[in-house]
Design a protein. Structure first.
Length: 164
């Protein structure tokens, strides 16, 4: 009986321990978007990925798709990490790496640059890079928690939402 209680206590403590950070996955030439099957390498703008607690990874050809997925009220899968690409270090036309924590990124919405799905959120690790991007291309700076489901509407919400 005592041994069983000790095992339960050890398992409970283990569950409370913070999980080690999980690294982003690299894009391959054949990496496709989970939502539409588009090959990520074929399109401009920042890509994204969600790494789930079950070990699976979903890739997205656009940050709007990532936000649409992560902000769904019915999203019940446990998320370990969310990454996007730092457009302060990437070529907009063909981003390949420079993954950053999407929850800590600075986003610019409303620029004329398009991602794979049209209007998108440009992502940056550094606020200064986001500000430089806005001086050149326009737009409004947002943080991860500022983005609403309406802004990430896959039917063009990033351009239709008048609150931005």
């Amino acid at each position: 009986m005592m041994r069983g209680l000790v095992c339960v206590a050890v398992l409970a403590l283990a569950a409370c321990q913070p999980q080690q950070p999980v690294a982003p996955k690299a894009l391959g030439a054949d990496t496709v978007c989970v939502l539409d099957g588009m090959t990520l390498a074929d399109y401009p703008g920042p890509k994204a990925q969600i790494l789930y607690a079950d070990g699976k990874t979903d890739f997205f050809c656009d940050t709007v798709e990532m936000f649409a997925m992560i902000l769904q009220p019915e999203q019940k899968r446990a998320v370990r990490a969310v990454y996007t690409q730092d457009m302060g270090k990437e070529d907009w036309r063909a981003p390949r790496g420079n993954w950053i924590d999407a929850r800590a990124a600075y986003y610019v919405a409303g620029s004329p640059l398009r991602g794979a799905m049209g209007p998108t959120f440009a992502a940056f690790a550094a606020r200064e890079d986001a500000e430089a991007f806005m001086r050149k291309h326009g737009g409004k700076m947002l943080r991860f928690d500022d983005v609403t489901p309406e802004m990430a509407d896959l039917r063009g919400g990033a351009t239709r939402d008048e609150r931005m």
